[in-house]
Design a protein around this ligand. Structure first.
Ligand SMILES: Nc1ncnc2c1ncn2[C@@H]1O[C@H](COP(=O)(O)OP(=O)(O)OP(=O)(O)O)[C@@H](O)[C@H]1O
Ligand SMILES: [Mg+2]
Length: 338
């Protein structure tokens, strides 16, 4: 049994204008100590997926179907009391904006001590010692001094180090990091990412890393999910997907990387933009932007416009694309006739 098992997750927002299907049929697993990346353009549903793992979707949002199982316990039907024992303790979250986690009116030490004492029966003195140890682990200069400082007195990079220290405070099994470095300067981003990776490895903590940055995903994660319009459209070992992407959308994301462009020429952006989730295109949600919708004979593949593609297995990856399914079928028929 995997540490975390997400199965056919379906998350919606009931708005006056109609229902927004933010997450549809998302399934994946995370093993202990494994690092999983979730990538996709803005609006793909990455953050909604992250929040729903801890049942943190608030009204008008709701989990409409599927399950989230952590060590065999179903989180999406668990009581708020039960969830509080898991959130921050067994599974912790790091957000893009440190101020979403840090309380501006409490010192760093007070927040860390409060968090420890909420989950463990220890004295303030013991809690302070643990907090100091975590600040040392995140290599913050003058850690003793930081305990008595307030969030606004610290730089963005230092605040994000403190967030990592807080995420690790209770020795969690999983950290969910949603764009943990995008608010930081590029030079500091790499340092913070390296620190997070190092600490997860040292403590055998599973990491779900949500990011736009395919470069980071390829350096940090072992497996990845590519999301588009609320669905996973490709998933598998990161190296396999980066080296040989199958889905036209994943191919587009990789081709759009600056390092793939010829110097002096325009970047190869995917044409068009992500559809609104309240008004999804028919069939494959990517079809209006897909350059492979036409078959070799020049005819549009009807399934792309009419049917939501299921997953096909290629190598160790799963891909939701009619074209890939067709290519695989052609190859199978060819092999059979030989
Ligand atoms: N509170 C909400 N009310 C209504 N719809 C919402 C709400 N939160 C999210 N959504 C819907 O879910 C979609 C996905 O949002 P989400 O924040 O998960 O995207 P994302 O992939 O994290 O994007 P980004 O990369 O910009 O962070 C949104 O485009 C929106 O349609
Ligand atoms: Mg987001």
């Amino acid at each position: 049994m995997a540490l975390l098992e997400v199965s056919q997750l379906d998350v919606r927002f009931a708005l006056r204008q109609g229902e927004v299907k933010a997450i549809r049929d998302v399934s994946f697993t995370l093993e202990r100590g494994e690092r999983l990346g979730i990538v996709g353009e803005s609006g793909a549903g990455k953050s909604v997926a992250a929040f729903s793992l801890l049942n943190l979707i608030s009204k008008p949002g709701f989990i409409a179907g599927g399950s989230i199982r952590f060590e065999g316990q179903t989180l999406n039907t668990m009581s708020e009391r039960g969830l509080r024992k898991i959130r921050g303790n067994r599974i912790s979250m790091i957000f893009q904006d440190p101020m979403m986690t840090l309380n501006p009116v409490l010192s760093i030490g007070e927040q860390m001590v409060e968090c420890l004492k909420a989950h463990r029966r220890i004295s303030s003195r013991e809690a302070r010692a643990i907090a100091l140890d975590k600040l040392r682990q995140v290599q913050i200069p003058s850690p003793e001094k930081r305990l008595d400082q307030y969030p606004h007195e610290l730089s963005g990079g230092m605040r994000q180090r403190i967030i990592i220290a807080i995420a690790l405070l209770l020795d969690p099994d999983i950290i969910i990091a949603d764009e943990p470095t995008t608010a930081l300067d590029v030079t500091i981003q790499a340092e913070i990412m390296a620190l997070l990776l190092d600490l997860c490895e040292q403590h055998n903590v599973g990491l779900i890393l949500i990011t736009h940055d395919l470069g980071v995903v390829s350096q940090v994660t072992q497996r990845m999910l590519v999301m588009y319009a609320g669905r996973v459209i490709e998933q598998g070992p990161t190296r396999e997907i980066i080296n040989d992407p199958q889905h036209p959308y994943t191919q587009g994301l990789i081709n759009a990387l600056p390092q793939m462009a010829t110097p002096g020429e325009k970047l190869n952006q995917i044409r068009g933009s992500m559809p609104s989730l309240s008004n999804l295109p028919s069939g494959c949600a990517f079809h209006p932007r897909c350059d492979f919708i036409k078959r070799a004979d020049g005819q549009t593949r009807p399934a792309c416009v009419e049917q939501v593609p299921g997953f096909v297995q290629t190598g160790n990856c799963q891909v939701a694309c009619h074209m890939v399914a067709e290519l695989l079928e052609d190859r199978r028929l060819k092999e059979e006739s030989q």
